[in-house]
Design a protein around this ligand. Structure first.
Ligand code: HEM
Ligand SMILES: *[C@@H]1O[C@H](CO)[C@@H](O)[C@H](O)[C@H]1NC(C)=O
Ligand SMILES: *[C@@H]1O[C@H](CO)[C@@H](O)[C@H](O)[C@H]1NC(C)=O
Ligand SMILES: *[C@@H]1O[C@H](CO)[C@@H](O)[C@H](O)[C@H]1NC(C)=O
Ligand SMILES: *[C@@H]1O[C@H](CO)[C@@H](O)[C@H](O)[C@H]1NC(C)=O
Length: 326
């Protein structure tokens, strides 16, 4: 191994373990945060739902091997990535908004801002631009060199999940019961497919019956959106105000008008009900807990080598990094 190559390895490893912090790009790309915000503003005008879709990327990225943009890698002949994982296929969307931010950043400060950080900035902006709280983000993450469909399949929760399962899952990431309930409040914006609730409407837990936790008038409404023979890609709103980030989601849960089983179970189960009731009457408390949860989720990392990708969908070509080594 050449000394130069060893130094390179040392640098990327050091980079991966470095602390993320606010203002990380203030010297190298001072406009980074405003460039991302401009792209998100344009996305809001073009398609309001895309802000929800982008915000969801933070959850699906950070839970699988840390916040490293592994989620954004396209499959290659030798790597099955995360895009086609169970929770993501035909479901995650608006990757092109991240691409647009990356292209804008590469024009101004090429090779500086990671795709992992773009997801974090864009998610913050999605919440703020739809009426939710704003917060300072820590930056300085690196992009992964690989991705794992299997890891995503093993980790990402199903819409059938109940509250105890979700409490245990979030605990594995050091996220509290309060974090779980607050972060589920992300479903204050966006939509979900009939595919995600068919079992709930027609065969909850294999009973051949609907979930008894659904308020009857709301169930009639859901049955109309998602009849038995529906194209299961048809979507319904996750709460009654799907383009406004507010505490309506919790009001809906208390009224037993939650869309997903994983949503409604937060009110049904006593372990989480207290927080649902609290956020339902106190939007400020929800916003505060949501911000805490997003920051904790953004801190998730796994110490693996990384890089700043030029294109969020592919790793930088090895030949350009290591002219003689591979
Ligand atoms: C607590 C466990 C969670 C479960 C089981 C869950 C599950 C789901 C499901 C099934 C959908 C709809 C997918 C589809 O039908 O195509 C969805 C949508 C969404 N999720 Fe979650 N989710 C959870 C937590 C989170 C978290 C922590 C966030 C972000 C902080 C998030 C953000 C979103 C958003 C914004 C949408 C709407 C996306 C769009 O309109 O494109 N979710 N979630
Ligand atoms: C919650 O879900 C888990 C995993 O699917 C299941 O084992 C458990 O019995 C469920 N708990 C309740 C109380 O329904
Ligand atoms: C959770 O916290 C413990 C103790 O601080 C730490 O060892 C562990 O790595 C953390 N887990 C995650 C997924 O961050
Ligand atoms: C409901 O689910 C159970 C268990 O998964 C299955 O055996 C049964 O055939 C399903 N019923 C219908 C009507 O789909
Ligand atoms: C949704 O649409 C995709 C792409 O057109 C298709 O492959 C998939 O089978 C559809 N999913 C369902 C549940 O109908």
């Amino acid at each position: 191994m050449s000394p130069l190559f060893s130094l390179f390895i040392l640098l990327i490893i050091t980079g991966a373990t470095a602390q993320i912090r606010p203002g990380y790009y203030s010297g190298t790309c001072p406009k980074a945060e405003s460039i991302v915000q401009d792209v998100m503003k344009a996305a809001l005008i073009r398609e309001p739902r895309s802000l929800a879709s982008v915000m969801r990327l933070q959850f699906h990225d950070c839970f699988v091997n840390g916040c490293d943009a592994s989620l954004l890698l396209d499959d290659t002949p030798t790597m099955l990535g995360e895009k086609l994982a169970l929770a993501n296929i035909n479901s995650l969307r608006s990757y092109e908004v991240i691409d647009e931010a990356k292209e804008a950043l590469e024009k101004v400060c090429p090779g500086v801002v990671s795709c992992a950080d773009i997801i974090i900035m864009a998610s913050r902006d999605a919440v703020a631009l739809t009426g939710g709280p704003c917060w300072e983000v820590k930056l300085g993450r690196l992009d992964s060199l690989t991705a794992s469909q299997e890891a995503s399949d093993n980790i990402m929760p199903s819409p059938r999940s109940n509250a105890t399962f979700l409490i245990d899952l979030f605990a594995k990431f050091n996220l509290s019961v309060k974090d779980l309930v607050a972060l589920s409040g992300s479903h204050s914006i966006g939509k979900a497919r009939c595919f995600s609730i068919m079992f709930r409407l027609y065969n909850q837990s294999g009973s051949g019956r609907p979930d008894p936790a659904i308020e009857p008038k709301f169930r009639q409404k859901l049955d109309k959106i998602c009849p038995l023979d529906v194209d299961q890609n048809v979507t319904g709103d996750l709460d009654a105000t799907p383009v406004e980030f507010d505490n309506q989601y919790f009001k809906d849960l208390v009224a037993r008008r939650g869309f997903l089983n994983s949503d409604q179970t937060l009110f049904t189960f006593p372990e989480t009900r207290g927080f649902v009731k609290q956020f339902n009457i106190d939007e400020g408390e929800f916003f505060k807990a949501f911000v805490d949860g997003m920051i904790k989720m953004g801190d998730l990392k796994v110490d693996q080598p990384g890089e700043v990708r030029k294109n969020c969908r592919v790793v930088n070509s090895r030949s350009s990094n290591f002219p003689n080594e591979f």
